[in-house]
Design a protein around this ligand. Structure first.
Ligand code: GRF
Length: 217
């Protein structure tokens, strides 16, 4: 097998998507290895799992920097030092400047808990329930300088049920996030999904079967 592609993960908190990526990458036939995890918060829970998995982990605390660009230079330096090819944002709660995004363009991915371009931003689960949507989901996308925007790599949909709380819905979506992120990253690394202008195109043989309908139709 060809050498594994090096990936860095940026987190701010729980790190369950980071864990899904680390666990996927631990498999022999997965095309990526996780070279480092960086948290901007010293107390991020995800750091403990990264340590357990023997992944080099660093805290680069944004509060230690007066200027955003210095914080981002520190991030970029650490990522470049580890020679990463791709960067995955996984619950990373800092907005990245256009300069950082430009530097990593086409190599910077994010996961968001909605079917983008609907429901960008924060408090997504509550807003989806309030809007009465019947299907929710998650999106993996390349990062562009606008928040929660950029070429969409993959999406997974789940139903919204009567009585769902934001927590219950978040849990249902998260289960899909943990599958979608490793699967999307794999497609990109294997060059089966490629950016073409504002969108991502798949190879012809990548086609989802069936449909998710709520109510069932
Ligand atoms: C996930 O819902 C992700 O989609 C969003 O932030 C949350 C992070 O959760 N960007 P975790 O830290 O990966 O558990």
């Amino acid at each position: 097998m060809a050498a594994k592609v090096k990936v860095g993960i940026l987190i701010s908190g729980r790190g369950s998507n980071m864990k899904a990526l680390i666990d996927a990458a631990a498999k022999k036939d997965y095309p990526a290895e996780i070279s480092l995890v960086i948290s901007n918060r010293p107390k991020a829970k995800g750091l403990a799992y990264a340590a357990k998995a023997a992944i080099p982990q660093y805290v680069i605390d944004h509060k230690d920097f007066e200027r955003r660009e210095d914080f981002e230079s520190a991030l970029s330096d650490a990522l470049k030092h580890a020679k990463v090819d791709f960067v995955c944002l996984a619950g990373f709660m800092r907005i990245l400047s256009p300069d950082f995004v430009r530097e990593w363009r086409g190599r910077l991915l994010n996961i968001h808990p909605s079917l983008l371009p609907a429901f960008k931003g924060l408090n997504v689960h509550e807003r989806m329930i309030d809007a009465g949507v019947k299907l929710a989901g998650c999106t993996v996308h390349f990062v562009s300088s606008e928040m929660d925007s950029g070429p969409i790599v993959g999406q997974a949909a789940v139903p919204v049920h009567p009585g769902d709380t934001p927590e219950i819905l978040a849990e249902r979506i998260l289960e899909q996030e943990h599958k979608l992120y490793p699967a999307s990253l794999k497609l990109i690394i294997e060059n089966k999904a490629r950016i073409s202008g504002a969108v991502v195109l798949f190879d012809d043989d990548i086609k989802a079967a069936g449909a998710l309908s709520n109510p069932p139709a």
